[in-house]
Design a protein around this ligand. Structure first.
Ligand SMILES: [Zn+2]
Length: 137
């Protein structure tokens, strides 16, 4: 069953909603995810709506410059990312959710070894695939 999530940055300039049945949250140990403390819920662009703050968003890129790490220029909080592993998708940072309360979200944590990105990608895609989802239910 799909859930609608609402989130924002700290100052409130950037706000979004996303409606998805995905409950798998990626915890990544790569250089930037570790330092940001971001935890990612992947949604499609169709599932995501940016409500406000397009003008407040800045984009940080490094390395292969495949991923787009968005953050609020005013408060510095990073509400979502377009990840290197799926640059056409949107990884919502669940740390930025306002509704529902995080403790009510029933997320399943999937660890991604982003420090060894190439080797870890196949395992991540398998963990996120529809077959893996149905196998776990
Ligand atoms: Zn902000």
């Amino acid at each position: 069953m799909a859930t609608t999530y609402g989130g924002s940055c700290h100052c409130g300039s950037v706000s979004f909603t996303a409606t998805t049945d995905n409950r798998k949250v990626i915890v990544c140990n790569c250089s930037i995810c570790r330092k940001k403390g971001a935890r990612h819920l992947r949604v499609t662009p169709a599932e995501f709506t940016l409500l406000s703050g397009e003008d407040s968003l800045s984009k940080y890129q490094f390395g292969s410059k495949t991923a787009s790490h968005y953050f609020c220029r005013r408060c510095g909080i990073a509400p979502f990312t377009k990840p290197r592993s799926a640059p056409n998708m949107i990884n919502i940072n669940i740390q930025c959710l306002d509704t529902p309360a995080l403790e009510d979200c029933n997320f399943e944590i999937v660890h991604f070894d982003g420090q060894n990105w190439e080797q870890a990608l196949a395992a991540l895609n398998q963990a996120l695939s529809p077959d893996a989802l149905s196998g776990n239910r």
